[in-house]
Ligand binder design. Structure first.
Ligand code: ATP
Length: 361
């Protein structure tokens, strides 16, 4: 396994003369830690697969470098990069047994037979494939075939990294949860650098120690699931992570006060110098805005409906055209269609042109 450095990397499918704003991958520098479990998360078309395929060598970058442990891989073909990749759909040999499929990447590289047997047994055990080892792959379900693909990706212990591109797409929904947790356990057991591409936040948050969030060809934040929840660096992260997503409201911010519709919301930190001319918004997760009886000192909102998510109830409310979600405290019953909103000052963040602004204590 290796540390992977991406240095000033960018990709334009429309040629190098195209404006940077149109690049599928805007210029980016970052490091993937040796042995880390990463998720690359973002909506369809944000550039996840492009980035993954540049790391594996399937796609050539328009500029910049890919380094594995400091060695320049940028122009090397996939076969020379020592990477294992698992795709959306199973890549296996139907005529071979499960065991032969798992052994194939090792046999191909001349690994001694005893080592192959030990490693295949270990991977089969970790993926619950032991009872199927002698069965022909073609008789198995799509789920089981994709498990074999995962196993083939994980079987070599000397790879620089294992790259997964939406590997659970074909997996039956009720098995997804099980396999997600299994992949996490596999990462812990096998000590490999893993990068897992997905547009599904639950998959990303279950699997990864570090979630790298992409939006429109850029990495907008890289952090632990907790960091992404507590302190989204970009309004997109706030909105995309969490269910319901973060509330984002246009506001005027001055010192420790945010004003919405002339109403003041207290902030824990102070923002004396915001960039001139920037679009200023506040962001607060629904968990940290609670509904209360309307009162003159509270921002008032109109209730549209209440969603009961089991762990909590969230009211969907409206302030003019602006929609918000706010927690309904246990035992609280909403009277009429208006409520007051109580904001937790420590959890209200300020954004300038979508980027988090660090306040002063
Ligand atoms: P998805 O989950 O839908 O695969 P993604 O986040 O992986 O999305 P990419 O597949 O990397 O995104 O695509 C990023 C952008 O680059 C998209 O606008 C896509 O249309 C474009 N793109 C991807 N591959 C090519 C290609 N071979 N030629 C031209 N444009 C491409």
């Amino acid at each position: 396994m290796a540390r992977i450095d991406l240095v000033d990397l960018a990709k334009s499918y429309g040629g190098n003369d195209a404006p940077v704003e149109s690049y599928a991958l805007k210029p980016l520098s970052m490091t993937w830690r040796q042995g880390g479990a990463y998720a690359l998360l973002g909506p369809s078309g944000c550039g996840k697969t492009t980035l993954l395929n540049i790391i594996s060598g399937i796609v050539a970058p328009s500029r910049g470098k890919v380094l594995f442990d400091g060695a320049d891989m940028t122009v090397l073909p996939t076969q020379k990069r020592n990477i294992a990749q698992v795709f959306q759909f199973p890549v296996i040999y139907d005529t071979m047994t499960v065991g032969e499929n798992l052994a194939f990447p090792l046999k191909n590289r001349g690994v001694p037979r005893a080592q192959i047997e030990a490693r295949v047994a270990e991977i089969a055990r970790l993926l619950d494939l032991t009872p199927d080892l002698n069965r022909k792959a073609q008789r198995l379900t799509a789920d089981a075939k994709q498990k074999i693909s995962l196993g083939r990706g994980l079987v070599r212990s000397d790879v620089a990294a294992v790259l997964f591109d939406e590997p659970l797409t074909v997996i039956d929904p009720h098995l997804k949860w099980e396999l997600r947790s299994k992949l996490k356990a596999l990462h812990n057991a096998l000590d490999l650098t893993m990068i897992y591409v997905t547009h599904d936040q639950t998959e990303a948050l279950t699997f990864a120690d570090t979630v790298v969030v992409m939006h429109d060809g850029r990495v907008v934040q890289s952090g632990t699931p907790q960091e992404l929840f507590d302190k989204p660096a970009h309004t997109f992260v706030g909105y995309f992570i969490g269910s319901p997503g973060m509330n984002i409201l246009p506001a005027q911010v001055d010192g420790r006060a945010a004003r919405i519709n002339g109403h003041v919301i207290a902030l824990e930190r102070s923002y004396p110098t915001l960039p001139a001319g920037a679009r200023i918004e506040i962001g607060v997760r629904p968990e940290f805005v609670t509904v209360a009886q309307p009162a003159s000192e509270l921002l008032s909102a109109q209730v549209e409906r209440v969603d009961d998510l089991g762990r909590a109830r969230f009211a969907r409310v409206r302030i003019g055209e602006q929609k918000l979600a706010a927690r309904v405290p246990n035992g609280f019953s909403i009277q009429g269609d208006m409520v007051g909103l109580v904001f937790d000052p420590a959890r209200v963040h300020v954004y300038a042109d979508s980027q988090l602004v660090e306040g002063a204590v």
